[in-house]
Design a protein around this ligand. Structure first.
Ligand code: TPP
Ligand code: MG
Length: 369
């Protein structure tokens, strides 16, 4: 097992080589991490109030998600595994589109065809992610290899959780990328649990990073609650991939503080002691302590930024609450140039039921026969 890369102790003390980041960049890093915490609070409350259907939180994983994605350039790609919505916001997904996707309303660019929380944003090179674990790994490797063949200067960061290391896609993706030196970085967010399966039941390896050896890649273990370490190690791996050195497996060791999703109750399978130990290693507090001690932030800044973020989020929630639902006719559109007769028949029957139940909107009866 490789030593775990670290820059900051939990009290904010410097114990490793600092990455090159300006004060403005450090403040941005902190703000993007804090936004995840604020979004989780609001999304979970909306889900519990029955306003949205499903949420997968990232509380506890802020340093892993933002620290690593902060190392990407605009021209690079991020293939999301599950919980990287905060990185999508940082890289350009408008908050409006994020929330429209949570509501699956008429502003949703995925037209309500994805489950809530399954973001995609073409503008910032964030392909739509799939709940089917590990499938993004070979997709991302293929896209990286295509970029290399076309002479494009792009690196593809492929994210996945510890659970995905048991998927077929992990093996075929890492093997293929190693052989062909695809310009990609594998970012494994090891949060200790794959729903209710803990890491010691997932693998007999001492660390997920050790698996890189079998594919001829370097693997690195990183303290995933240390934003600066996550940034530094991902940046190194990106630079190596960009220079033609091939992929690296970067394992960010962290912990999911809440349930797997809003449908899960983690108290059924894990101890309160374990959760408390990780609560004491909070990634936001660690970075804040370092930034305050080094006068990049003041002790009052966190509360001020939190208020600003909530104001921005709440304003957009009100807008999306008021937006119309997705038009029902989109159910049968976009597959055929013209909606064929058999789908029109089914659709008209469906609309008759929707009208009776009061779910149909004006214009939903779009395909009269
Ligand atoms: C191929 C496949 N098998 C099983 C599942 C059910 N499933 C959904 S999430 C999950 C665990 C994912 O764990 P991990 O990769 O560690 O990500 P995390 O949820 O911890 O972020 C499983 C087994 C699935 N979605 N796809
Ligand atoms: Mg996991």
């Amino acid at each position: 097992m490789t030593p775990v890369a670290k820059v900051l102790e939990q009290d904010g003390a410097l114990v490793g080589e600092l990455p090159q980041l300006s004060k403005d960049q450090l403040r941005a890093l902190f703000r993007h991490m804090l936004r995840i915490r604020c979004m989780d609070d609001r999304m979970l409350k909306l889900q519990r109030a029955g306003r949205i259907g499903f949420v997968g939180t990232a509380t506890g994983l802020e340093a892993a998600i933002i620290g690593s994605a902060f190392a990407l350039e605009e021209r690079d790609w991020l293939w999301s595994g599950l919980r990287e919505g905060g990185a999508a916001l940082m890289r350009g997904l408008p908050l409006r589109e994020y929330l429209a996707q949570m509501y699956c309303n008429s502003n949703d660019t995925a037209k309500g065809r994805q489950m809530c929380n399954h973001f995609q944003h073409k503008g910032s090179r964030y392909p739509s992610w799939s709940s089917v674990i590990g499938t993004q790994i070979p997709h991302g490797v293929g896209a990286a290899l295509a970029a290399k063949q076309r002479g494009l200067d792009e690196v593809h960061a492929i994210y996945f959780g510890d659970g995905a290391t048991s998927s077929n896609g992990f093996h075929s993706g890492l093997n293929f990328a190693g052989v062909w030196k695809a310009p990609c970085v594998f970012v494994c967010i090891d949060n200790g649990w794959a729903i209710s399966v803990c890491s010691r039941e997932q693998t007999a390896a001492a660390s997920y990073a050790d698996k890189a050896v079998a594919y001829g890649l370097p693997g690195v273990d990183v303290d995933g609650n240390d934003a600066l370490a996550c940034y530094r190690e991902t940046r190194k791996a990106i630079e190596r991939a960009r220079a033609g050195g091939g992929p690296t497996l970067v394992v960010l060791k962290s912990y999911r503080m809440m349930g797997h999703s809003s449908s899960d109750d983690p108290t059924k399978y894990r101890d309160a002691d374990e959760v408390a130990q990780w609560a004491a290693r909070d990634p936001l507090e660690r970075l804040e302590r370092y930034l305050v001690a080094n006068k990049v932030l003041t002790a009052k800044d966190r509360a001020r930024i939190t208020d600003e973020l909530y104001e921005e989020i709440d304003r957009e929630i009100h807008t999306q609450e008021a937006a119309a639902p997705m038009a029902l006719k989109t159910l049968v559109e976009d597959v055929y140039a013209d909606v064929p007769r058999h789908l029109r028949v089914q659709y008209n029957k469906f609309v008759a039921v929707a009208e009776r139940l009061g779910h149909a909107q004006k214009g939903d009866g779009a395909f009269p026969l």
